[in-house]
Design a binder for this molecule. Structure first.
Ligand code: GLU
Length: 473
């Protein structure tokens, strides 16, 4: 059997984490088995579907590197096909027109609820043979009355639902537009889908879809319903829990591979392995190993993986991204080090690319701002004299590399009988505005001699101003 999976998002919002994980599982399974994945845009809800949302989905998939093998198909381009098969179902006697009013259906529903019954259509029009020109008529599927639908879910195991539980669902609205269960079924059939891997919020649709497929003479695909993703509070993951869209993670500076690695472990595991190359994901993933219990989204773990992949990355691969992020902060790259060197310097210290760019701004900016707490703590009168010696030592240097910078600093430390932090911390605040930077010699080398001298002078002036202000009080 050739394996065909699908990812069928509705373009009504962003590509969120849950959707991306569903896509990933489908993609991995297709890749693993040498099959293919179909991308299908379920845009029949014309009021809520937007081109912007389609673009976000396509860009998100591309960013994650999940290349689809077929599509995107758009359901709105297949209305003729849906109408054709609706007609076929009507002619076969597997569907019928129903003109029950909204009011009637509502009253029916209320009565059933009051009697403690499951609300369901009462089959009033099922055998009336209403003609196609009945005003305001919808088309309903004639769900079998007896027996049961069974399927063997690759995650859930055997599932059986009695037909008495299932409604005669509406497959075409009064305006002729098809409904979700019909379009999905026809597409899964026409696109030769062999495996439907989707969120378990759809599991109630599955028996209905199987009945429809059978009425259309198609063999149902194999189903696998993946448990949902929960937020840290045990509730279904949503915007309330913070970033949930793939684009947000891109903005934050999460690497696509880190997100994929994180997503693959949400609901799937391979022993206690946490870090997976793409090839390992493809080789090791199997639907039968998907957990039956919901998984919990853990941002800390995502950040941990991201940091891991940032550390492992070839600096030249991150440089372009980091350059763009620094420039996006309104800073020009002209007066600063090669961005590749910046990445090398900060690679071990950043959880996200955004974080890295933020840590790099002082290397390029014309002016820096002091972190108030750091300035208060480290730019104090005691630092003035050592800083003045730093100036004269540095001015005399012909070269500007870590070794010579380091030697100059050591001379000052000896002269003032200081421990390194007493000098390095004020210097860091002076050149970077903050007390936490990589080793002081490397920091200074990267800032460059001219900027270092200017910033040390400014720091001395700042110390003087502070002392003057204190005297005034
Ligand atoms: N378009 C549906 C959704 O986004 C997916 C339906 C399915 O997987 O069958 O929820």
């Amino acid at each position: 059997m050739s394996i065909v999976t699908r990812f069928p998002p509705s373009p009504t919002g962003s590509l969120h984490v849950g959707g991306a994980r569903t896509a990933l599982f489908n993609w991995l399974y297709a890749k693993k088995t040498g099959g293919k994945m179909v991308l299908r845009i379920e845009d029949t809800d014309r009021e809520r579907s937007t081109q912007e949302a389609v673009d976000i989905i396509l860009n998100g998939m591309q960013w994650l590197g999940m290349d689809w093998d077929e599509g995107p198909h758009y359901q709105t381009q297949r209305f003729d096909r849906y109408a054709q098969l609706t007609q076929q179902l009507l002619e076969q006697g597997d569907a019928y027109y129903c003109n029950c009013s909204k009011e009637r259906l509502e009253a029916l529903r209320e009565g059933q609820m009051a009697a403690g019954e499951k609300p369901r259509y009462d089959h009033k029009c099922r055998d009336l043979n209403l003609p196609s020109d009945t005003p305001g008529a919808v088309v309903r599927f004639k769900n079998p009355l007896d027996g049961a639908v069974s399927f063997s879910d690759l995650v859930r195991g055997d599932v059986t639902v009695s037909n008495a539980e299932l409604d005669d669902l509406v497959i075409a609205r009064a305006d002729g537009t098809p409904t979700y269960n019909l379009t999905v079924v026809i597409d899964d059939m026409d696109m030769g889908i062999s495996h439907v891997l989707r969120g378990d919020d759809h599991i109630n649709n599955t028996p209905r879809q199987i009945n429809l497929l059978q009425a259309l003479g198609a063999t149902p695909p194999i189903y696998a319903h993946v448990p949902m993703i929960l937020g840290s509070d045990g509730k279904r993951l949503s915007k309330r829990h913070g970033a949930v869209s793939v684009l947000d993670y891109d903005k934050m500076g999460i690497l696509p591979h880190a997100l994929l690695n994180y997503l693959v472990r949400l609901g799937w595991s391979h022993g206690d392995q946490e870090v997976f190359s793409l090839q390992e994901m493809i080789d090791l993933f199997d639907i039968s190993d998907v957990n039956r219990a919901p998984s919990t989204f853990n941002q800390e773990k995502l950040l941990w993986l991201n940091q891991h992949y940032i550390k492992e990355a070839d600096p030249s691969e991150l440089a372009e991204d980091i350059a763009g992020r620094i420039e996006a902060k309104g800073v020009s790259l002209v007066n600063g080090p090669d961005v590749i060197d910046t990445v090398k310097m900060l690679q071990e210290r950043a959880q996200t690319l955004e974080d890295m760019a933020q840590q790099a701004v002082y290397l390029y900016a014309d002016e820096i701002e002091y972190d108030p707490a750091a300035a208060k703590k480290h730019l104090r009168a005691v630092a003035k004299e050592p800083m003045q010696h730093v100036l004269s030592e540095f001015e005399a240097l012909d070269e500007w590399q870590t070794e010579v910078i380091d030697a100059a600093l050591k001379r000052i430390l000896a002269q003032f009988d200081l421990k390194l932090p007493k000098l390095a911390l004020p210097l860091r605040v002076a050149v970077a505005g903050m007390a936490a930077t990589p080793s002081i010699d490397l920091t200074l080398q990267m800032v460059g001699k001219t900027k270092t001298l200017a910033r040390v002078r400014e720091a001395i002036a700042y110390i003087d101003e502070r002392a003057a202000a204190a005297q005034d009080r």
